[in-house]
Design a protein around this ligand. Sequence first.
Ligand code: ADP
Length: 554
Amino acid sequence: MNTTPVALSLSAHMMTMPLTISSLLVHAARHSGDTEIVSKRVEGDLHRYTYRDAELRSRKLAQAIERLGCAPGERIGTLAWNGYRHFELYYGSSGSRRVLHTINPRLFPEQIAWIINDAQDRVLCFDLNFLPLVEKLAPHLPGVRHFVLMTDRAHMPASTTIPALLCYEELVEAENGDWAWPEFDENEAACICYTSGTTGHPKGAVYSHRSTVLHALASALPDAMASSSADTILPVVPMFHVNAWGLPYSAPLVGARLVFPGPHLDGKSLHALFESERVTFSAGVPTIWLGVINHMKQNGLRLSTLKRTVIGGSACPPAMMRTLEDDFGVEVIHAWGMTELSPLGTLSRLKAKHRDLPPEQQHRLLEKQGRVVYGIDMEIIGASGEPQPWDGRSTGDLVVRGHWVVSGYLNRDDSPLQQIGGQAWFPTGDVASIDADGFMLITDRSKDVIKSGGEWISSIELENIAMAHPDVLEAAAIACHHPKWDERPLLVVVRKPGRELSREQMLDFYEGRIAKWQIPDDVVFVDEIPHTATGKMLKARLREMFREHRLPGV
Ligand code: ADP
């Protein structure tokens, strides 16, 4: 018999305000109104304005969107680099109850068309340099009613095959801004990002206003990105790659100055912008930093204001962390996430108890993918289906749940979630260990694990060691068929230009750094490793390329 006393529930007496995306920009305009947003434009020059200007223009854009007859809930697609017009589309679209759909222009054109049609985009806004691409795509986009070129009248093409091409600046300038941000249910859809679809069609993750605002709040915390109004933030990670990891939302939330690099993502351009705009904080995938580091080393350059950067999207090689910290004084925050997590899952930040550890031990913690922030929880699940101990050694399939984790995908009925211990969890497809302090280490994507005689070898660990060799530019470890062991590791290496590195020298480098049985069986040198549209190594392609490779002694 239930003996719990029955009490009437007491209502709270608190204001409730919906967590809408527009509230972030309204806050920035009111409290950091004169803080700058600087953009390197596709047109070539630098553009400067403030949060106050951005908020007004976003309202005008919302008016223009209404005038185009685009109804609430309808999708607005973007093919655009990081810049102020794209930023206005983030707010003008979601803030007016339309749904922003950022599209990765580096995908194959057929994939882009498929995604636009799957999301049912009604309006497509795109940067000047994507005009030829959109001209090619337009006949295959029956649902798009308006094509908008994100430029001014002076840069509009004299002729184009796109019917009734609209000019972004004309649309915005025709409005007066006399329009108020609506309040509505925070659980409404705000934006859509597609997974990169390395296997099968990409899948649409649909974020809500609530999930996006909570993600922005958590990502700004000191144990996360530690963003503040004292920062100048340059997101290198594109606004079409999981919303630039939420920075276009968290920067206005804290009132940080923003610098957008446009399409200029090479090492030289980025370094110049870091210096000229006195950037303090940045974020990007490891390949971007390879370019910046090489440019600085070749030209004897330094970074005078950049204090810290988030690196994620793929494993950050420890050698890269050391170089950035020791040679350039930039603190690296290693982070893990995915499209389905909006994207932030974990970040590597030390606890107070780690402060007095010897630097080597601190480094080993910081090299991991890190700890969750409030709002996300995680477990590792073993072959038995049971959660594994958090001992830093046991590995399992990483599952997560939280306020900004998807529960399904656009236009798909099947749920990706798994029931574990009476709760729904999202399977990430990653294999990881977690230590007693909650530091998570990704050892592999489950499909990239190398299974040698029943034991698992971490491809990421093999790659991290190779990347520490001074002659190696990039390295991938993949499984190669072996008649006795089933699979053995094959290392695919790109040498730095002008360096001579032999197979034997590379293999010798592993001695003492890893158990003998985990050392790759063979090394092949290539000119280039194929990458996905978001800069990850395409291991499926590499496995295909080296399917017939004969390991020595086989
Ligand atoms: P997609 O899954 O579509 O390729 P995402 O950007 O969502 O694109 O990629 C998420 C995946 O990227 C993760 O599941 C993980 O495998 C990998 N990843 C992200 N960050 C890291 C990291 N810091 N270390 C290792 N792997 C990472």
